[in-house]
Design a protein around this ligand. Sequence first.
Ligand SMILES: [Zn+2]
Ligand SMILES: [Zn+2]
Length: 216
Amino acid sequence: MSPSPWMVPVTALRRNVGARRMERRSGRLGEIRVVDTSVRDGGAATVEVVLTVVLGGIEVAGTVGARWESSCRRCLRPLQGTVECPVRELYRPAGEDDEETYALGADQLDLEPLARDALLLALPLAPLCSDDCQGLCPLCGAERAGAPCGCDPVGGDPRWAPLQALVSGAWPEPAGAAEPAAAAAESAPPSDLRSPSHPSHPSDPSDPSDPSDPSD
Ligand SMILES: [Zn+2]
Ligand SMILES: [Zn+2]
């Protein structure tokens, strides 16, 4: 009946200060994206809240939940997860509302802006597939967690890296499959990936202290 799953009738509720009512609503919020992370299923979300009539408005407190999809910021593997964030907001009569409150209609309130705002703040900006994700080799773009690619990004002469990779049988995929953009996301611009003047990635906080073995 209701044109939007987020519209909650409050006419009867508003008559008594202190009155409470639980609401559980699910529906779509439309596109919600933060950087590379977006809410799945066309923005499907769930809101579970208790409405409490207070002097001058209605307090809405509970949780907003949704499933999201993104990609690991180090290795670019596709990721997904769920987010459930607490909300506690005040709805005040339209005209009396401000930046910190939501507008309360004469006979209904709209949970959609509350749910959108909560999810935009709660979605992970730069998720990792795991805390110790090794990311991609800055020289050849291979996943560091997989079979060793043969590159030596810390020590040695990086100009030999392609040859070493060839010798160890870990030559990168043919152009196109190697995804230069994937390696670039690590922290360096693509043009630096094989530059002799950039033998290592000093700005990479995930770099192991020294994977090269001096006794090698
Ligand atoms: Zn990863
Ligand atoms: Zn490599």
